[in-house]
Design a protein around this ligand. Structure first.
Ligand code: AMP
Length: 402
């Protein structure tokens, strides 16, 4: 099957070619024809499956004809990064259509967004809070809305945005097509789907894609030896680009500083960073000027970087859904990737759940010559042994302890 099967307008096919897509991904093959028929859809697909283009292409096809300059499609995204990335996909695929799109999210001034909205746009990708601000201020009208997408609905729920989503839905009075995309279907999302969708068809994409193209390995290691083990693995392994996940913001920040002091090109991505620094870190990771990004789950939401060769779970993810989300960043669309997970003795239940999900035992590796038994520098501190002192880090920690 190729993209000609969808009978997309030549201006949109030009965008498909410009993006270098030749074969639709499974979610695109299933969802695009259904969305083009106009019905409501539940898309059970995670980041990395090509889900964005699966809803963007039918939106472009639908909006290509008809009036311009009024918001006819709205995509609600849980994070600014995802909103921006979705807007980028719209601009790349729809570059030849003349349709105008804008991303609207908090943490930056409202003025530019307001003037963008006032100039007239056809497609808005928005985070819930900022969208509500614009709705209240009368900067945006959803009277002409024809198609609504709720993207990464489960993340929206995790981040506490469901009340905002309900608020937005209450501002949209008339009937239009609704698409709900989610990697998982927790009860609250099932309820939301039941409330808002009209006879939806479910498009289910298994978690197969990343699982097949990604090799999974576990490194059993005591907590206090994780950083040195990571350093040693980074030293010994050729890695194109590495996304490292930690459980906490502080750990992400600290680890990035430690790796930087080893001479790695690295940045941390955590929720506390101002928007321009998050964006700068992402851009530098995307263009290859930094090779390692250390992130927490929330901060990494929606990161769309094609060349991630390795995902390292410095801390085991909370559950298998989070694991799938994290490793969905590597092994993207027919590329192979490696998922390395550090596990401590406290993680055994999570490992069992992961093996049930993957339906096979995950290989345990031991790094030859690495001193797993070395004791923590002192029992008070959980900080791993350091080769060189890092003054900047010391100051940062002291500040935080206060
Ligand atoms: P998504 O799941 O929407 O985040 O997409 C994951 C990645 O797959 C993005 O970088 C897309 O550019 C890429 N992608 C989407 N559709 C295709 C396709 N049909 N062929 C190749 N790459 C694709």
């Amino acid at each position: 099957m190729d993209f000609t099967a969808f009978n997309l307008h030549p201006s949109i096919m030009a965008g498909v070619r410009a993006c270098g897509y030749s074969v639709p991904t499974p979610v695109q093959a299933k969802a695009i024809p259904l969305i083009m028929q106009g019905g409501d859809i539940i898309g059970l697909a995670q980041t990395g499956t090509g889900k964005t283009a699966a809803f963007v292409l039918p939106i472009l096809e639908r909006l290509r004809s008809g009036s311009r300059g009024r918001v006819r499609a709205l995509i609600i995204s849980p994070t600014r990064e995802l909103a921006e990335q979705t807007c980028d996909v719209i601009n790349s695929l729809g570059g030849e259509t003349g349709l105008r799109s804008i991303a609207v999210y908090g943490g930056v001034s409202m003025e530019r967004q307001t003037s963008g909205l006032r100039r007239g746009v056809d497609i808005v990708t928005a985070c819930p809070g900022r969208l509500i601000d614009h709705l209240w201020k009368g900067n945006i009208s959803l009277e002409d809305l024809e198609i609504l997408v709720i993207d990464e609905a489960d993340r929206m729920f995790d981040m506490g945005f469901l009340p905002d989503v309900h608020n937005i839905l209450s501002c949209i009075l008339h009937k239009h097509q609704k698409l709900l995309f989610s990697a998982t279907m927790p009860p609250d999302i099932r309820l939301l789907a039941r409330e808002i969708l009209h006879h939806p068809v479910t498009v289910q994409i298994d978690h197969e894609l990343p699982a097949k193209t990604v090799s999974h390995v576990l490194y059993p290691v005591p907590q206090h030896r994780k950083t040195d083990l990571l350093r040693e693995i980074l030293h010994r392994t050729r890695m194109e680009s590495v996304l490292i996940f930690t459980r906490t913001k502080l750990r992400a920040e600290r680890l990035a500083q430690q790796l930087a002091s080893d001479g790695h090109r690295v940045a941390s991505l955590q929720g506390d960073l101002p928007q321009h620094r998050r964006q700068a870190a992402l851009d530098r990771f995307r263009d290859g000027s930094i090779k390692i990004l250390v992130a927490t789950d929330i901060a990494a939401r929606g990161i769309d970087v094609l060349r991630i060769s390795h995902v390292v779970n410095y801390d085991m993810p909370e559950n298998t859904d989070a694991y799938i989300h994290r490793i969905g960043r590597t092994g993207r669309v027919e590329k192979s990737g490696d998922a390395i997970t550090f596990v401590t003795s406290a993680d055994s239940e999570k490992v069992a759940a992961l093996e049930r999900l993957l339906d096979e035992p995950v290989k345990r590796l031991t790094l030859e010559g690495f001193d797993y038994a070395r004791r923590a520098p002192n029992s008070q501190s959980r900080q791993p042994a350091r080769k060189r002192p890092n003054r900047i880090q010391g100051r940062g920690l002291a500040r935080r302890r206060q």
